[in-house]
Design a binder for this molecule. Sequence first.
Ligand code: 8YV
Length: 311
Amino acid sequence: MEPIGVLVLCGMCDYFEEELKKKFKVLKFSENKEGFLKENGNSIRGVIGNGVIGASSELIDSLPKLEIVASHSVGLDKIDLKKCKERGIRVTYTPDVLTDDVADLAIALILTTLRKICESDRYVRSGLWKKGDFKLSTKFTGKSVGIIGLGKIGTAIAKRAEAFNCPISYFSRSEKPNTNYKYFSNVLDLAANCQILVVACSLNEGTRHIVNREVIDILGPQGFIINIARGLHIDEPELVSALVEGRLGGAGLDVYVNEPGIPEQLLGLDNVVLVPHIGSNTLETRKAMADLVIGNLEAHFLNKPLLTPVI
Ligand code: 8YV
């Protein structure tokens, strides 16, 4: 039987690529997208994207034989789910396996931002230590943490922050049963009652720019924002001006609006810690994500139940 054509839109670790190639005909876009689609469009039955690039409406339209979109991500905001539903295209994702890593990174960003770890590393490397002690930083233990989105990742962050004796509060569409965390029904109230605001919700029309100028201003110069979700959750130009003008204490960011591009002004600031969308980027988790993507594709083409279906 002819190998099944799968178009991969995103980068892959070596393990993922090797394993995928054992089971499928792996295709990647060439420079000339149009020419590529003319030549291969009819043989592509699966698409793999991730949290940065996914199956857009335009791409789906150009693939008449597409049956499944297997996303190498938990976030689904880059996939046109409506179109997939209309066309009967199955969609899968990679929940759970990345929860710990993303929550670990959120705590790492809190600590590196508040304790000025990156800035102090630069201080030592540049030889400035010989001229005097490094400036004071901000204590994390006991600070109030507000989490936007108390799903699996938000809950994992809350658990970790509890170990630092932090009072936890959260905002989500509705109050969660079985938690002792304080619920706020709007983000402004949450921001007014915490010192560290962590964005951990999924991106949709309702959460786009959920962190706007008002939220940033209410957090104020002693407040911090941590974003491990999506760049578009925050009004990025407002965040940048607040950081430049010292209206916000600091920010730890894993995600940006135009990845891999980031606002130039952030590069010169010491009150931000910038990492390149590495939330799930460990060997262990990337292997588990790859196995899930491949497992879902195999299940689909063998007419078996999908492992982690979205639709
Ligand atoms: C991935 C993500 O880093 O799961 C998500 O939604 O954004 C991240 O886990 C991204 O999909 C790259 O593969």
